[in-house]
Design a protein around this ligand. Structure first.
Ligand code: SF4
Length: 452
């Protein structure tokens, strides 16, 4: 876990910074980003990175103090930014709630920080309070494409605008507050690739410490709440946000090797191929190598033995799912061999498929799955053939009809059959629901950009 925004250089930590850092590490917080955000605290923040291996720094002038920004401070920040442990510029931005500095000065200083971030090739950490429209305009006008909106308090429109520029969204302890209904809805909808967590310590302690001094160890409470909201495990949020923080701030290289097996919640997923016949417009494979923080880009297809060795004890999981970055049933023999192993060891098997196996193998493979597969999720994707063709771009004639036939035939050999649809424009969800029912399958709507 990484606390991407705290203020360890502030006076509330003067008396017990060693203990606060020890408590954070004991809680599993492996790195902390301390934000020197006033003329007096910049040097102190950088000095802390020299004292503690696990502490990194961002430097800038908070919008409250924008009126104190001078050419000399600009030069000071630029010079300090060459330190390897200074990993971002900020926090900068706009605060129209207090207006401690005049609005026009805040805007000008925000732009100066953006220039600094570009000159130093570092991401920018942005503060926005009651200034959403101006912050978004400046991000767009200045072409900011690397950074984070810290302690996010905006609405869905702002979140979408910020993410469309390529910026991350960082959630703080405010998401744990009972009255944070709108923020929780946003926390549920941010795609994995854009999510970060922070404490903003010493401010904004999460429940159950609300009202007390905040500290980096408490970031785990925020992460737990986000996990609950998103229906995943704490470990999933830890992995996702740690990967994102490492990527944004360059704290560690991403995994090099694609994984054969990966865990989400208490299910184990098998990544047996990256090949697929289709080229779906919404396919996550064309956007990222990662799902829930796991690298799925394989350098080669694993053998049956390698997959089995990677599974370990299949009964330890709620289910073992053939999924990954491709169509698993392109490797039908491997699916059968590995599924047999899982069933023999008392595990439960699910297959996620595009439903085109009959066209891929030129035979009906469903009888071969009998007794080996407990549940199958088949991508219906559309309410008619034309929409299916334009969304999934299959290489076969009659692909949509083949998917319908596969869904209908599956129930004779597999106990649980679900037809799935990704909620995307042009798809009549209610019609898809009716089609699934008519074919004797369950129905599941998947959210665009929510994978795993
Ligand atoms: S069928 Fe699945 S893996 Fe294949 S392109 Fe479509 S979304 Fe991607």
């Amino acid at each position: 876990m990484i606390d991407t925004h705290c203020h360890l250089e502030m006076s509330p930590f003067d008396a017990d910074i060693d203990e606060a850092i020890n408590r954070a590490q004991a809680a599993g917080v492996v790195k902390m980003l301390t934000i020197g955000s006033s003329p007096e605290s910049i040097d102190k923040a950088v000095a802390l990175t020299e004292r503690y291996n696990c502490v990194y720094a961002a430097i800038g002038i908070h919008p409250h103090d924008a009126k104190l920004f001078t050419p000399e401070i600009y030069r000071q920040i630029k010079s300090l930014a060459s330190n390897k442990k200074v990993v971002a510029i900020g926090e900068t931005g706009l605060d129209y709630h207090y207006k401690h500095s005049p609005v026009d000065v805040q805007r000008e200083v925000f732009i100066r920080h953006i220039e600094l971030a570009k000159e130093t090739n570092l991401p920018v950490i942005i503060h926005s309070r009651e200034a959403s429209d101006d912050v978004v305009s400046i991000i767009r006008d200045e072409n900011v494409s690397s950074g984070v909106l810290h302690c996010f308090s905006g609405d869905e429109k702002m979140a979408a605008a910020v993410m469309s520029s390529g910026l991350y969204i960082s959630l703080s302890g405010t998401v744990t507050f009972k009255n944070a209904v709108a923020l929780r809805a946003i926390a549920a909808s941010i795609p994995d690739d854009y999510l970060l967590v922070e404490t903003d310590a010493p401010y904004l302690a999460p429940t159950p410490y609300r009202g007390r001094r905040n500290e980096p160890a408490y970031v785990i409470h925020t992460a737990r709440t986000i996990a609950e909201i998103r229906g995943v495990s704490y470990e999933d949020i830890d992995r996702i946000t740690t990967l994102n923080a490492n990527r944004l701030f360059g704290l560690a290289p991403a995994y090099k090797e694609g994984q054969i097996t990966y865990k989400i919640r208490n299910s184990l997923y098998l990544n047996i191929t990256n090949r697929c016949t289709n080229v779906c417009t919404f396919c996550v494979r064309y956007q990222t190598d990662f799902v829930k923080g796991h690298n799925l880009r394989l350098s080669r297809e694993p053998s049956d033995v390698e997959i089995i060795e990677s599974i370990g004890d299949p009964a330890a999981f709620d289910e073992v799912v053939f999924c990954g970055y491709g169509e698993p049933l392109t490797r039908i023999d491997t699916v059968k061999n590995v599924a047999r192993y899982i069933k023999d060891k008392g595990g439960r098997v699910r297959v996620n498929t595009n439903g085109l196996a009959a066209l891929i193998h030129k035979r009906n493979i469903l009888p071969e799955l009998a007794g080996l597969v407990d549940s199958i999720s088949i991508s219906l994707n559309a309410h008619d053939a034309g929409t299916y063709e334009s969304l999934s771009r299959p290489p076969f004639e009659g692909a949509y009809e083949a998917v319908l036939e596969f869904i209908s035939g599956a129930k004779d050999f597999i106990p649980e059959v679900t037809a799935t649809v990704v909620g995307t424009s042009g798809v009549d969800i209610e019609k898809c629901r009716e089609i699934a029912a008519a074919l004797g399958a369950r129905f599941r709507l998947r959210h665009l950009d929510a994978v795993g």
